[in-house]
Design a protein around this ligand. Sequence first.
Ligand code: ATP
Ligand code: MG
Length: 391
Amino acid sequence: MRVVVVHYHEIALKAGNRGLFIGRLMGNLRRATGGCGVHGIRKQSGRVILKLRRDADWAGVRARVAEVFGVANFALAIRVTPRLPDLERAAREGLEGRIFASFRITAKRAFKEFPLTSQQVNEHLGTFVRTLTGAKVDLTRPELTVFVEVLPAEAYVYFEKIPGPGGLPVGVGGRVVALLSGGIDSPVAAYRVMKRGCAVTFVHFHSHPFLDKTSQEKVDALVARLTRFQYASRLYLVPFGEIQREVVLGVPPPYRVVIYRRLMARIAEQVAQKEGALALATGESLGQVASQTLENLVVIDAAVGLPILRPLIGMDKDEIASAARAIGTFETSIIPDQDCCTLFTPKHPVVRSTVEEIRRVEAPLDVPALVAEGVSRAAVREYAFPPARAG
Ligand code: ATP
Ligand code: MG
């Protein structure tokens, strides 16, 4: 019987959240592998076991599980009863067609009542495999490792341990509203908070019809990509052009970018309230551009009551770009677009604003009305992964 043995990091379980963590991990694994032929999920002695149908799509399962947060590593295993003859049979079955000159057995015993120690299992199966194949034992640099896990009622034999992404299962950490531009940084920021267990709702501000729709198309593709990591997403598309026009009428050029950011944060905060989110997230990193000096970040923070998470705060652009490549958002992010902040924006924004100064500059604006307008005119889109019909 083929199963997938999923290991998670015990370290995350210290806070007494074990049940919540495992329940969510199992739910996410079930959702992620939808349509791939998994027909049962259960927990077993600190592992999660996925049962595969005979016709299951292992390549599909493998690709999906490799992206489920909370998974430390996993393996396609042969499941047998925990008895030596059955372990031998599993080893023989699994080794069929494999060519290797050296190997080792790495056995782990998850319960002490098993009559043999791990070392005895290693020696017994080592002799068995050597006799069967003629390959030699090499403990330090084996061409093949035969992993054996012995549990009270069953044992698993496998040959490849596949790394998972780590992190915490999405959904155990509350909800965050992520401000998603079409750029490189904010998708990485959203990914980072998802990886720490937070579900994300996305908000994008666009300046259509003043500018074209490229940024919305990019964000649509980015949210679709990021939904692979949390299975269901909602995107709010907020028309921002009219709001920017109001800002232009009342605010001197150098202050506009910071004022735009404060308005975006306030609108996102209203969305957060609707969505039951506890924080906002942006792709800002310290000092990257004029609007991201420490002073300006303080001024943006002062516009809202919710905390603004900035997971990229200490990262260089290069580091962020390679993270974007790894999660598959980079190619979309670099498509040229007309970002809303290029509209009505001066070349030299204020680098060091203060809260008092900004409040004075903002005074001519009817902020509550602008925020209400942004929220009420937002279009909402839903995303699902895998697509709905898979089961
Ligand atoms: P990014 O690569 O994410 O666009 P950036 O380095 O270009 O970031 P800015 O353009 O200053 O930096 O934006 C800072 C952050 O503000 C973004 O990471 C994003 O979270 C948010 N933001 C900026 N523009 C928008 C927008 N049009 N819609 C939603 N959020 C935005
Ligand atoms: Mg940008």
